[in-house]
Design a protein around this ligand. Sequence first.
Ligand SMILES: *Cc1c(COP(=O)(O)O)cnc(C)c1O
Length: 393
Amino acid sequence: MSKKLDPVTQAIRIQTPRTSQKEHSTPLYLTSSFIFEEAETMRAAFADESDDNIYSRFSNPNVDEFIAKMCALEGAEAGFATSTGMSAIFSSMFALLKQGDHLLSCSSVFGSTYTLVTKYLQRYGIESTLVPAGDNAAWEAAVRPNTKMVYLETPTNPQLELIDLEWVGQFAKKHQLILNVDNCFATPLLQRPIDFGADLVVHSATKWIDGQGRVLGGVIVGRADLINEIYLFCRNTGPSLSPFNAWILSKSLETLDVRMQRHCENALHLAQALQKNPHVSWVKYPFLPNHPQYEIAKRQMSAGGGVFCIELKGGLAAGRRFLDALELLSVTANLGDARSIASHPASTTHSKLSDAERQAVGITPGLIRISAGLEKATDILADIEQALEKSAF
Ligand SMILES: *Cc1c(COP(=O)(O)O)cnc(C)c1O
C-alpha cells in the first residue's frame, strides 16, 4: 500500500506471511527451533547474513509479529519482547549499563523496579539516585559525570504522578543520557514517549496490552543500536517471550485502541462521580482538573488512562472493610483487565513500609487504587458506592 497506514491500523494489519494453508489469522508457531535445508543457509543465519529464524530464544514468527506491531504503535525503530515486564526492565538496564555507571530514576516506580534499582544494580557496581518525579531542579542536581541512563514511569503506579516528558526529553539530550520510559500505564495509544525524545520504551504487556488478565509479557522498543545491544544480551541470557504468549498479545493489540477508549471513559466517569461521594476525601486522576499536574497530563496524554485513586475518609480500617464489601470488583494485585479491580496498597504492596515511609511515597492509609474495567460504568459505580456505604464508620 502506498500511503503509510495509521499505527492503529498497523496493529491490526501487520501479519506474519501466510503459510500454504492460506489462513486468515496468524497460526501459533509452537516450535523451539527452525530447520535448514542446506548447510550454507544455516551458516549464513548464524553469521547474521540472513533473517532466518534459528531458535525461539532468539526469534520466532509470533514474537516478531508482536514486536513489529509494538514498534508501529510506539513509533520505534526496533524492539525485543520478553517473558514479563520485569525482564524487559531488567534487560534494558543490564544490557546497557556496566560497573561504574550511574542511573537516575524517579523515586516512585513500580515496586519490583524499585528493588531492582536499589538492591541489585549496586551489587554489580552500578550506582543509582532516586529523584522525586516533578522536581526538575533535583534531576539537574543529581547528574554526575558517570550518569548514563534516566529511567522513569509516567503516570506512576500507584500514586499517578506525572513527569513532563518534553522537559525530561530535553534534559536527557542536554546531558547525553539514555532516556528509558516505562509506558505501561498510558500505553502508546495515550502517550508516545519517543515523540518527546525517549531512546527506549519498556512495557509490562501483562497489563493493558493483554488487557484480559491471561498472560505475562514484556517488550522493549526504541533506537535500533540500543535494541541490538539488548537483543544480544537477551539472546544469551534467555528472558525471551514464549510464542503462545506472543500470539495472545499480538491478537490483543488488534483491540487495544477501542479497549483503551472505554477504559479511559469509564475511569473518568467514575472519578468524577466519586468526587461527590461523602465517604471519599479526594480522588486522583490525571484528567481531573484538581490533579496537581493536570496541565502536563493534557499536554502529553490524549486521555487519562484506566487507573484512578480514591482516599477513604475512614483510613486504614475503612480501606480493608471496603475490599471486603465489594461484590463486583475483583480484589487482586493485577490491573489493566476487562474486569474492574480494586487494591489497598497500605495493607498489601506497601504494608512492610513504616507509616513515615508510606507517607513519603504518597501511600496514604485509606488509598484505594481502582483499575477501571470494561463493564458498564453504572454497574462499577453502583458496586463502589455500596462498598463505600458499608465501609464507612
Ligand atoms: C506490572 C508492572 C511492571 C512489571 O510487569 P510484570 O509483567 O508483572 O513483570 C512494571 N511496571 C509497571 C508500571 C507495572 O505496572
